[in-house]
Design a protein around this ligand. Structure first.
Ligand code: ATP
Ligand code: MG
Length: 461
């Protein structure tokens, strides 16, 4: 308790002396079990098993990162990460149900049914000038960490973590939480703050800019000033990140129930144009229609997460790239290519362009194209067409997509309502609905003929 007070006083002092902005790892503040709300009931029994076994074998072992942070802000952790003094090979040998993964960061995954506990060995900083010995650590010329397998103490490990709120460690031996970087104070003040020199930390790993946005959106925190400032200049560094890693980050940003807030922050920080260039360009188009469409889709996704419904990356990307697909399709149609083939080629071009930033796996690209193609097919309802469309495996997603277009203000002549009714109608009513369309069509197609009334014949005159 005394230590906690001391740590708090130190923080207060550094705040008053104006040094508060840059967090560094200094003296540890230890918060005893009765002073924090991390209770074992909130922790995964499997994670506890891992901690216990590591400790029993003489290693230090802590729960760290998102799980402790989320509990301390009153949330529920989504997964559990362990940090330990044991080397990856030692961890591997202690758990039969484990495997070594990763190259850039070596980790051990301990598998318990569907739950994976990620175990990482304490990491240390390594010299930036040296470029490392290649085997254990390696930097690129612009400071990016390419390999990071230099091990150290828990203190080293804390200083290697990204944000202060992610450097809180919980151990089983006395149920204490250890705070190395002032994370507890930042939780109290609802701040996302990088540990160390922000610009250098972003250069080491530009994905930290996206993580700052993600945590700010998820927790409703503010990105602290000196952590926020470099982002406006360094967004372009994301171009050095493999597109597969950025794809994963996009999913984390948009499938976690805080998509709308994430999108807004990405826009504010100028990062959207790095991640989703076609989307960033589109939101200024068509009197804000497209911005409203995306907004509606993201609000809807967040609602689905709250309701425990599933979300698919394909739907999300179909939303993000719809405008781009339509723009390419129109260009191709101008060369007298019929609608559907033009749409298919337009879709391919839009996806290929996006792939250069965030690679979209084929298993998502195919349903995206189906959702788009169905936008066209949903308008064609004569004969058996409506039933064929209704039975399409992607119907539901395409229908939801259609409703969002209407919600954003697109006038589709009541198409969404028609499909809403059609789905719940019985066979007889369905036939009536299709017939009514046909009679509508008949009337329409007769209209122009009125202008060409045949002249009365001689006999009639
Ligand atoms: P969540 O799992 O809720 O998305 P998390 O904070 O647990 O959030 P993970 O990606 O699971 O995020 O990472 C676990 C921990 O590893 C983080 O809390 C942080 O301490 C550290 N970490 C992860 N990525 C980085 C990074 N790019 N740079 C520095 N530290 C990182
Ligand atoms: Mg995690």
């Amino acid at each position: 308790m005394l230590k906690k007070r001391l740590g708090w006083l130190q923080n207060l002092f550094s705040r008053l002396s104006g040094k508060q902005q840059q967090a560094s790892v200094g003296d540890v503040t230890i918060i005893s079990r009765d002073q924090h709300q991390v209770s074992r009931k909130l922790l995964s029994p499997n994670a506890l098993k891992v901690l216990r076994r590591l400790e029993d074998h003489g290693h230090q072992a802590y729960l760290v990162g998102g799980c402790i942070r989320d509990i301390l802000v009153g949330g529920r952790p989504k997964d559990f990460d362990v940090a330990t003094s044991a080397k990856p090979e030692e961890v591997r040998s202690l758990f039969r149900n484990s495997r070594l993964i990763g190259r850039r960061f070596k980790l051990v995954h301990v598998q318990f049914g569907r739950e994976v506990i990620e175990v990482a060995t304490f990491r240390a900083h390594h010299s930036q000038d040296s470029h490392g010995d290649g085997n254990h650590s390696h930097h690129s010329d612009d400071g990016q960490i390419l390999r990071d397998n230099v091990y150290g103490t828990i203190q080293d490990d804390a200083s290697r973590r990204d944000f202060t709120i992610n450097a809180l460690y919980y151990r089983l031996s006395d149920f204490a939480v250890k705070d190395y970087a002032g994370g507890l104070q930042d939780i109290d003040n609802r701040l996302i703050r990088l540990i160390g020199n922000p610009e250098q930390r972003y250069r080491e790993d530009p994905v930290r800019m996206l993580r700052a946005v993600r945590f700010a959106a998820k927790l409703g925190f503010t990105v602290e000033k000196s952590t926020a400032k470099p982002i406006y200049q360094l967004g372009h560094l994301l171009q050095n990140i493999p597109s597969a890693r950025l794809f994963d980050e996009v999913l984390k940003l948009f499938l976690n129930g805080h998509a709308e807030a994430s999108f807004q922050l990405l826009q504010d920080f100028g990062l959207l144009e790095q991640l989703l260039p076609a989307t960033a360009a589109a939101i200024n188009e068509q009197d804000g229609f497209y911005a409203r469409f995306i907004h509606a889709a993201l609000v809807n996704s967040d609602k689905r997460v709250r309701q425990g419904k599933s979300l698919t990356p394909a739907f999300l990307y179909a939303v993000f790239l719809w405008y781009s697909t339509l723009a390419y399709t129109r260009q191709i149609e101008e060369q007298d290519v019929p609608k559907l083939p033009a749409l298919n080629r337009g879709a391919m071009t839009a996806i290929e362009n996006q792939n250069q930033r965030t690679s979209i796996p084929k298993r998502f690209a195919i349903p995206m194209r189906e959702i788009w193609e169905l936008q066209y097919r949903l308008t064609r309802r004569f004969g058996k067409k409506a039933d064929q469309t209704l039975n399409h495996p992607r119907f539901r997603a395409a229908y939801d997509f259609l409703l969002l277009r209407e919600q954003a203000g697109e006038d589709l002549g009541g198409l969404g309502q028609w499909w809403t009714d059609y789905q719940v109608a019985d066979e007889f009513v369905r036939r009536q609905m299709v017939k009514a369309l046909q009679s509508g069509k008949y009337k329409k197609s007769r209209k122009p003929r009125r202008h060409h009334r045949r002249k009365p014949s001689e006999n009639e005159q």
